[in-house]
Design a protein around this ligand. Structure first.
Ligand code: AHG
Ligand code: MN
Ligand code: MN
Length: 337
């Protein structure tokens, strides 16, 4: 590579024309949160040695669950900067309002502080997901409505992957760009400029242990992915159980990730606002598509902060095939939440 570009430099050079410095600095804040959470996750395996969660560690501090730690770091880094007027986190039922003593900015951030929590204790990749909206009304900024916007209206979205290396991948609506943390310098360096989904997909990713809980349309679609039926797509199976890691791999190699609705869990498991929505925004920016099986994720207007959705995300032809199977087999009616 002929040049080395830090994330700060890249964000500054590529800030959207409409954006003031606010959005730029907000992305810097997220990059800093990523470094802090990455350094903590690297020590996660030491918990057993230094004391279990809930116990007191050698410094006399009480151990926190990693997802609570990640939530707190992001909140503390972002609530006083004057860039946000509201935050919504998976770890808190209520929205996070900006304390009255701080100025309110124009942006809203929705986030899943630690995604893939079942993988934390087994040393498998985990992540953070974020989405940024502009408030609906500058005068009234900071209302819950500011967060209840369709993912098509996101001004930026991204994720951090805590894997063999730490990566930050984001988009402000002008392509998807990936940065890798160099731990020696503590800098995110541009490693994947303008990420595009490969046209030929390699993988399908679904937890098929739930097969018996799916609708007939979903079952037929997953059969088709597995090569049962006419014109099978010839894909290999990969499933980590951390959405960010599964998404990242499929973004680089092509494929589809599915988390369908199950009977008894009408709208699926994943959350629309801070899981499916931001990733759908990124996927479309990379040339792919995301659907709940009947409509584009980007078009769904959330009615509550923690609402769940089914998710089919990846190469457009595969996701549209899911929609065809589901609509044909299960009827045209909209999935009940
Ligand atoms: P979170 O850890 O934020 O609650 O999210 C867990 C999600 C997601 O990361 C993953 O894709 C999915 O749960 C895995 O669920 P299953 O174990 O049901 O496959
Ligand atoms: Mn999650
Ligand atoms: Mn989470």
């Amino acid at each position: 590579m002929s040049t080395v570009t830090t994330i700060e430099r890249f964000i500054l050079d590529h800030q959207p024309e409409y954006a003031s410095g606010e959005l730029t600095y907000l992305l810097y804040d997220i990059a800093l949160a990523a470094k802090i959470i990455a350094s903590k996750t690297m020590r996660a395996g030491l918990v057993d040695i230094l004391g279990a969660a809930g116990a007191t560690n050698v410094q006399g501090e009480s151990q926190q669950k990693l997802d609570v730690f990640a939530h707190e770091i992001i909140r503390k880094l972002c609530d006083h900067t004057g860039r946000l007027c509201l935050m919504v986190s998976e770890e808190q039922e209520e929205p996070l309002y900006i304390p009255a003593k701080y100025a309110k900015g124009s942006y809203v951030m929705v986030f899943d502080p630690l995604d893939g929590s079942s993988n934390i204790d087994v040393n498998v990749s985990i992540g953070t997901i974020f989405g940024i909206y502009r408030c609906l009304d500058e005068e009234l900024r900071g209302r819950v409505e500011d967060a209840l916007q369709p993912a098509g209206d996101l001004v930026a979205a991204g994720y951090i992957l805590y894997g063999a290396s730490t990566m930050l991948v984001y988009s402000t609506g002008e392509g998807v760009h990936g940065f890798t943390l160099n731990p020696e310098y503590g800098e995110f360096l541009l490693s994947y400029p303008d990420m595009r989904l490969p046209e030929t997909p390699a993988y399908y990713s679904v937890n098929s242990s739930y097969y018996n809980r799916w609708s007939p349309g979903v079952q037929r679609f997953v059969n088709w992915l597995q090569g049962i039926g006419e014109a099978p797509p010839s894909l290999s199976a990969r499933y980590i159980g951390s959405l960010v890691a599964d998404f990242h791999r499929n973004l680089l190699r092509g494929g589809i990730y599915c988390y369908p609705a199950e009977s008894g869990r009408g709208g699926g498991k994943l959350r629309l606002l801070y899981e499916a929505g931001p990733l759908a925004f990124l996927m479309e920016q990379a040339g792919g598509y995301a659907s709940d099986g009947r409509q584009s994720i980007l078009k769904i207007c959330p009615t509550s902060l923690h609402q769940r959705t089914s998710l089919f995300i990846g190469n457009r032809n595969l996701v549209e095939q899911a929609e065809r199977f589901i609509c044909l087999e299960d009827g045209e009616q909209k999935t009940a939440d």
